[in-house]
Design a protein around this ligand. Structure first.
Ligand SMILES: CC(C)(COP(=O)(O)OP(=O)(O)OC[C@H]1O[C@@H](n2cnc3c(N)ncnc32)[C@H](O)[C@@H]1OP(=O)(O)O)[C@@H](O)C(=O)NCCC(=O)NCCS
Length: 181
């Protein structure tokens, strides 16, 4: 499987994250509205993060994308799927973070829909999960808009998190075996 993944949504170009994206990820995490949720990252931590992400693309065939405006090429944010361990089981987790100037335009949901399509159409997932601090209303609203169902709260790094899940959609009924005219 190719680990250099570029795909397009209606308004975005999604690029599998690797070391070429370090400057853009650093700038995103320095946006105060993003840092409020992700904390302060040093450049060294970002360099390690993009290297780790590139490794996950190579090994797992999936991880986060950097998202760019298809027309202007501006960095909109980052998001997509990654494999996470939760309660001892591996899950496909969907997430998003946008520069604040791009909030309120549906870009997180657009990234989310691309992630759901990849999970079910390409990775044959049984379900996708998403989680955030219980007080992160905007992120929870994205999950709910996409059709995730709230499952339960859990504790992560001493903070209460809300866990949501999106089950594999029902397949349309097969026509195999239908009687011929
Ligand atoms: C969480 C986060 C990505 C949500 O971003 P967002 O812009 O609120 O979410 P969306 O991109 O789905 O946009 C939805 C909003 O755009 C509006 N919108 C405008 N045009 C739209 C369109 N074409 N399609 C869909 N929605 C559109 C919706 O009505 C909605 O508005 P509302 O917030 O007033 O109800 C953003 O707040 C963020 O980056 N936060 C910091 C990082 C973070 O917390 N990440 C999650 C950690 S788990």
């Amino acid at each position: 499987m190719s680990h250099s993944d570029v795909r397009f949504t209606e308004r975005l170009r999604l690029e599998s994250m690797d070391v070429r994206h370090a400057d853009d990820l650093f700038a995103l995490y320095r946006d105060p509205a993003v840092a409020e949720w992700y904390g302060e990252w040093t450049r060294e931590q970002i360099d390690l993060e993009v290297a780790r992400t590139a490794r996950c693309w190579r090994v797992d065939g999936v991880h986060k994308w950097m998202a760019y405006d298809r027309v202007t090429d501006e960095v909109v944010g980052r998001g997509g799927l990654s494999r996470k361990h939760l309660d001892g089981d591996e899950h496909l987790e969907l997430g998003w973070a946008l520069h604040q100037r791009f909030w309120g335009h549906g870009y997180a949901a657009e990234i989310g829909r691309a992630g759901l399509r990849m999970a079910f159409d390409e990775l044959d997932a049984d379900e996708v999960v998403s989680f955030t601090e219980t007080r992160n209303k905007r992120s929870r609203a994205v999950m709910e808009r996409l059709g995730f169902h709230y499952r339960r709260n859990f504790s992560l790094r001493g903070e209460p998190f809300a866990l949501y899940a999106f089950p594999r959609p029902e397949q349309p009924p097969t026509t195999a075996g239908a009687s011929a005219e």
